[in-house]
Design a protein around this ligand. Structure first.
Ligand code: FAD
Length: 287
């Protein structure tokens, strides 16, 4: 049975977590998930590195555990660029066995030191392939500020339409710090007849390391008010954490009020931050 998780209720609130590094025990993430128990997002998605078979492949196992122990639907991320069709088939079999029915179908980043396998050049190829294999709910990624490899924002939207036509029936955005990018993107999607629900990806930036990473990530615009806040508090861990949480809450309040289909919180495996944001916005999702 497919679970079209975005259609169950009006505004969806979900979490994203990532598996521990290969050198760390898997229990680390189970401990994090235990600390998130009670927060009750609508689903939890679990990332998978795009390195192919060399990666930590515990995503399916973690996704299964979320469903069995937290009684929440889970979503397994699947970046395909470094997998062959046969390898993807094995992963799909494992997901079926573990009753994980929701897949975020991705191309994955092309790594400078790794020649991609040729079976899946774009996420839409993977979406079509999963669609052929049976009863999965397929989700796709999208980019309010345009994907870095795209020829233009128009081409990016055309390619997104291809992905939806291939079978992605819901979308989750890349993170952004200025909601206007999301609203303009939604309008472009409407014009292009992309009519599936789109969840806005929100990342609370709560420490210096994350700020530095954001500054390096050239594809995401950092608004002046965001930079001013970070500059002012970057040397005070408690203040930067509280400011980052407040910034994310402000974005969420505005997005939900303006009718976004859902919010996807990049939790960075931080139960404290997720809890604060959940508590401050819970009533908005039921209103
Ligand atoms: P695509 O949809 O294939 O798009 C990639 C580029 O190709 C775009 O520029 C697009 O315009 C272009 N394109 C698409 N189709 C065509 C076509 N037919 N012809 C020409 N050009 C085309 N990465 C991971 O490794 N693991 C994860 O767990 C992970 N989770 C993510 C979760 C979310 C919500 C998001 C937004 C991203 C995530 N990523 C993850 C990152 C993602 O893998 C990268 O952004 C990657 O570079 C693109 O993946 P995609 O699925 O969006 O690719």
């Amino acid at each position: 049975m497919r679970t079209d998780i975005l259609f169950k209720k009006k505004t969806v609130f979900s979490y994203e977590i990532f598996p521990p590094r290969r050198s760390a025990p898997i229990e680390t993430i189970y401990h994090t998930l235990d600390r998130m128990k009670g927060q009750q997002p609508d689903f939890i998605s679990v990332t998978l590195g795009a390195g192919g078979t060399g990666e930590n492949l515990s995503t399916a196992e973690i996704a299964q555990k979320i469903q069995e122990e937290q009684f929440l639907p889970s979503v397994a991320h699947l970046p395909a660029v470094n997998f062959s069709k046969d390898e993807i088939l094995i992963i799909l079999e494992e997901l079926k066995e573990k009753k994980v029915e929701n897949i975020l179908a991705l191309r994955g980043d092309i790594l400078p030191n790794k020649e991609p396998k040729k079976d899946f050049s774009y996420a839409s190829d993977l979406v079509a392939f999963i669609q052929e294999q049976g009863d999965f709910n397929i989700i796709g990624a999208c980019y309010p500020e345009t994907h870095g490899d795209a020829e233009s924002s128009v081409e990016d939207i055309r390619n997104l339409k291809r992905k939806v036509d291939a079978g992605a029936n819901q979308l989750i955005t890349q993170l952004f710090f200025d909601n206007n990018y999301f609203y303009t993107f939604k309008e472009k999607c409407d014009i292009a007849n992309i009519n599936v629900p789109i969840q806005a990806g929100i990342m609370p930036v709560v420490n210096r390391k994350q700020i530095e990473r954001m500054i390096k990530m050239s594809s995401v615009t950092l608004p002046t008010k965001f930079l001013k806040m970070m500059e002012r508090y970057e040397h005070n861990p408690e203040a930067i954490r509280d400011a980052g949480i407040a910034y994310a809450i402000n974005q969420i309040v505005d997005l939900v009020a303006q009718g976004a289909d859902g919010i996807h919180l990049y939790t960075m495996n931080n139960p404290y931050v997720a809890q604060k944001i959940r508590d401050a916005t819970r009533s908005l999702f039921n209103a």
